[in-house]
Design a protein around this ligand. Structure first.
Ligand code: F6R
Length: 615
């Protein structure tokens, strides 16, 4: 995720763009840059690092222009560096571009352009847009953008300027957001409304495959057939604070809501020509007789889910280790072991240490990381990226969901290479995974029941989470989410374990969240639920089992009337191997609304930090 901004008008574009970038920095802060229209060339200043670095550099330039574009980057293709920073200009210095998104066919386009002698300066997918635009340019930037829109695959929100067209700023998009701001002194493009709110509350929302052509005192919209289109000018009524969170009260809720897109983008990275697919291709699974997964906190919990998926699909034994333990245990790993490290930040000290320990023993290492260019990403043998974008809330949500997707697809590819699954089964499992974004969106559209249940659970002293098999794995994450943001004590147990001690903690009205998606174990987990209900507990059932609705009326006094000690959050049906991706949405929302009802600082829970770089 990156932030883009552009301005054309009566005022100097430079301070306007810098102020706009400040509002967009939450979208990425690997590098920042600005390009403004100059007399006979573009003036471009860009550098690695935060926006403050760019500001220092700008202090040494006397940049001024009526038109310009700016960018704050969250790196996906190409490490954070000066040269990979946006804006990108073509090699004729004629067309300059800022881009948010991923150009999936950039490699093919780049090779074609290179065959024609065009030299690329950066490792980014985005530079291909500027180079291709120069290649297509025939004296009309609008024609060029239409041509580009048919050639580019993937997602993009772009601002583009051409040296031959001193009054024209063009914006176009597909699958990434763009708004057009209209003010008395000029027109804006931006990734998000906060970037323009200082100057105007009047915006157009650009839709997919629409083009906006901005001049100092006009904005025109076109479709890809170059036909003019009418759009409605909207008035923004949000405050600055909430707007920075996309209108949500907390980043955590915003990030929960982003999960359909994050999951879709991460699945896409495993498409035939996707970056992650290419990495997996290089992995020689026949080499390994053992898989070890290590991570901390939620990343560890993703590993526990993965153990069930890998063992089921690949029929090989998988160990899951807390990275903080693995690093000191003189682990039995060697060159026949694949060690998988999971980390959102790629900077967690214990996970880095586990990686180094595994490497020192000769194991092959593979990491699943969200932050491009992080230490783990650089040091590991193979790196698969989660396409989650920057995660700001300390409690992970969307990065965890993206980790699950990478782990499912990794397990599936390894199972295919080991010939544990047929091509038909592989395809059908891939279809199940591809169906997840819509099913997640379905849960997000019906959050009323979860909100209500959460508001009734605020007073709980202790909340337990139980499940069996893969439902137990996701219960671990549900419990961690709740305790870290709501400060309510919580534990997760395998359903069958309760009777071995924990049952002693069940009191009148203790809440036991029961996850029940494994069809073959449904009766077993429901019998565990019944055991706690008969000792006074209340059960919140999270299930996609068709039996669940009936079960709600089966307990307590044996009548068919709903029992107030058993409530149900129904999930969409899905192959049970991938059901954690749906359960976790309900569990995240439950935790979020419990904490919200308590009025807590959800994005920055006490005593915690986003990236734990110390032991
Ligand atoms: C919990 C959470 C933490 C992280 C853990 C590892 O919501 O965010 O438990 O999962 O600190 O961090 P990364 O994934 O950055 O290595």
């Amino acid at each position: 995720m990156c932030g883009i901004i552009g301005y054309v008008g009566d005022r100097n574009a430079v301070p306007i763009i810098v102020e706009g970038l400040k509002k967009l920095e939450y979208r990425g802060y690997d590098s920042a840059g600005i390009a403004v229209y100059g007399a006979d060339s573009f003036d471009i200043v860009k550098c690695k690092g935060r926006l403050s670095e760019l500001e220092k550099q700008l202090a040494g330039h006397s940049l001024a222009s009526h038109m310009g574009i700016g960018h704050t980057r969250w790196a996906t293709h190409g490490e954070p560096s000066d040269v990979n920073s946006h804006p990108h200009v073509g090699s004729q210095n004629k067309i300059v571009v800022v881009h948010n998104g991923i150009i999936e066919n950039y490699q093919q386009l780049k090779e074609r352009l290179e065959h024609r002698g065009i030299e690329f300066a950066s490792q980014t997918d985005s530079e291909v847009i500027a180079q291709l635009a120069e290649y297509y340019y025939n004296g009309d930037l609008l024609d060029t953008v239409i041509h580009l829109s048919t050639a580019l695959e993937g997602s993009y929100a772009c601002g583009i300027m051409c040296l031959d067209e001193p009054d024209t700023l063009i914006a176009f998009r597909k699958d990434n957001p763009l708004i057009i701001g209209v003010s008395e002194h000029g027109q804006f493009i931006a990734s998000d409304v906060p970037a323009v709110l200082t100057d105007t509350d009047k915006v157009y929302y650009l839709d997919d495959k629409e083009i906006a052509m901005l001049r100092k005192d006009s904005v025109q919209f076109f479709n890809l057939d170059k036909e003019p289109i009418e759009k409605t000018l909207e008035t923004i009524t949000w405050s600055f604070d909430s707007a920075e969170k996309g209108g949500y009260p907390h980043f955590m809720l915003k990030e929960i809501m982003e999960q359909p897109k994050v999951v879709r983008d991460t699945v896409q990275s495993f498409a035939d020509d996707g970056e992650n697919a290419r990495i997996i291709e290089k992995l020689d699974i026949a080499n390994f007789d053992k898989v070890v997964i290590a991570g901390c906190g939620s990343a560890y919990n993703a590993g526990v889910v993965a153990k069930y998926v890998f063992e089921q699909l690949c029929r090989m034994s998988v160990e899951v280790e807390l990275a903080s333990e693995f690093r000191y245990k003189d682990a039995i790993v060697d060159e026949k072991t694949l060690v998988i490290l999971i980390s959102q930040s790629g900077e967690t000290a214990d996970t880095i240490a586990a990686l180094r320990e595994a490497k020192s023993k000769g194991a092959a290492t593979l990491a699943i990381v969200n932050v491009v260019g992080s230490t783990i990403a650089k040091e590991v043998d193979f790196c698969l990226y989660t396409i989650a974008g920057p995660e700001i809330a300390v409690a992970t949500t969307k990065a965890f969901s993206a980790q699950l997707i990478v782990l499912y697809l990794l397990a599936l590819e390894l199972a295919t290479k080991r010939e544990n699954v047929t091509d038909e089964v592989r395809q059908s499992l891939r279809d199940d995974i591809a169906a997840l974004p819509d099913k997640i969106a379905e849960i997000l559209e019906h959050i009323g029941a979860i909100q209500k249940y959460a508001s009734e659970s605020v007073g709980s002293k202790s909340i337990f989470f139980i499940g069996r098999n893969i439902d137990y794995a996701i219960a671990l994450e549900g419990s961690l989410k709740l305790k870290e943001i709501s400060y309510i004590h919580s534990e997760a147990y395998a359903g069958g374990e309760l009777k071995h001690g924990t049952m002693a903690l069940i009191e009148e009205d203790t809440l036991v969240v029961t996850i029940a998606n494994c069809a073959s174990l449904y009766r077993k987990i429901m019998s565990n639920a019944e055991q706690v209900i008969s000792r006074g507990a209340k059960v919140l059932l999270i299930s996609n089992n068709p039996e669940a609705k009936k079960s709600v009326g089966e307990f307590g006094d044996g009548s068919s009337e709903p029992d107030d000690r058993l409530s149900l959050i129904s999930l969409p049906e899905i192959n049970e191997l991938f059901s954690p991706s749906l359960s976790i949405i309900a569990l995240q929302l439950f935790s979020y609304y419990v904490a919200a009802n308590k009025g807590l600082d959800i994005d920055k829970p006490r005593n915690l930090a986003k990236s734990v770089t110390v032991e």
